[in-house]
Design a protein around this ligand. Structure first.
Ligand SMILES: C[S@@+](CC[C@H](N)C(=O)[O-])C[C@H]1O[C@@H](n2cnc3c(N)ncnc32)[C@H](O)[C@@H]1O
Length: 213
């Protein structure tokens, strides 16, 4: 999308709150690949969707520095809980620092480890799930959720980076490009699954919005 249009969308959307703006700026300075942060417009979109769904139990796969976690927590009802799972333990410092400063900190449960190992042990069934971990593992996350009974009829799943910078439409995806292959397999698997309905929303790098029937 043209930079000018992106700026227009940002300027004509509600402003980013100061804690999120600071987290984005700190992410830029303190961690590698800061572009993984959801950011202002997508973050606001996630918060608004969460307000609409009003989930009691939310799961996030791939916390990173916690930007999206804070957006979900802000949109959830007071009694809501978000389990957020991150494989890299060196991110714990920045996550804890910013989660502690949020007025919604009591809703956040942080877990370190691979989501594929951690989540089944949490014994929860989720109303809303954000898939944003390793792109190669998206099909495994989906199987874990749907076949493992971790979502119910009426649950929503949001999967991020579903257009993978446009690579999903390339005619010859290299066998070694496991991330693009993971996303392509995931999108097809959702499309072919009669247990769900879905729509791909072209916000930022694309979100697959899935509802369990
Ligand atoms: C795109 S970033 C997440 C961004 C974050 N959700 C946000 O919107 O600000 C992806 C994160 O997933 C983590 N990750 C990768 N594989 C994982 C796994 N199996 N379980 C949990 N986290 C994983 C990575 O270390 C990385 O921090």
């Amino acid at each position: 999308m043209k930079e000018e249009l992106e700026r227009y969308i940002r300027n004509l959307s509600s402003p980013e709150n100061s804690l999120l703006a600071e987290l984005e700026s700190e992410s830029n300075q303190r961690v590698v690949q800061p572009q993984m942060v959801s950011g202002h417009v997508q973050g606001k979109f996630l918060e608004m969707l969460t307000r609409m769904i009003s989930p009691r139990k939310v799961l996030e796969i791939g916390t990173f520095t916690g930007y999206a976690t804070l957006c979900f927590a802000a949109g959830m009802p007071e009694e809501g809980i978000i389990d957020t799972v991150e494989i890299e333990d060196e991110l714990e410092g920045i996550q804890s620092e910013f989660f502690a400063r949020s007025p919604h900190t009591h809703k956040i449960r942080r877990h370190t480890g691979s989501a594929l190992d951690v989540v089944p042990g949490l014994g929860e069934c989720y109303d809303l799930v954000f898939i944003d971990g390793d792109k190669r593992e998206y099909p495994d996350y989906y199987r874990m959720l749907l076949d493992g009974g971790l979502v119910h009829s009426g649950s929503y799943i949001l999967a991020d980076n579903i257009l993978w910078y446009g690579k999903v439409t390339e005619p010859n995806i290299k066998p070694s490009d496991l991330q693009t292959r993971g996303i392509v397999e995931f999108n097809q698997m959702v499309k072919d699954d009669s247990r769900v309905e879905n729509v791909i929303v072209p916000i930022r790098d694309g979100i697959n919005l899935i509802r369990v029937k």
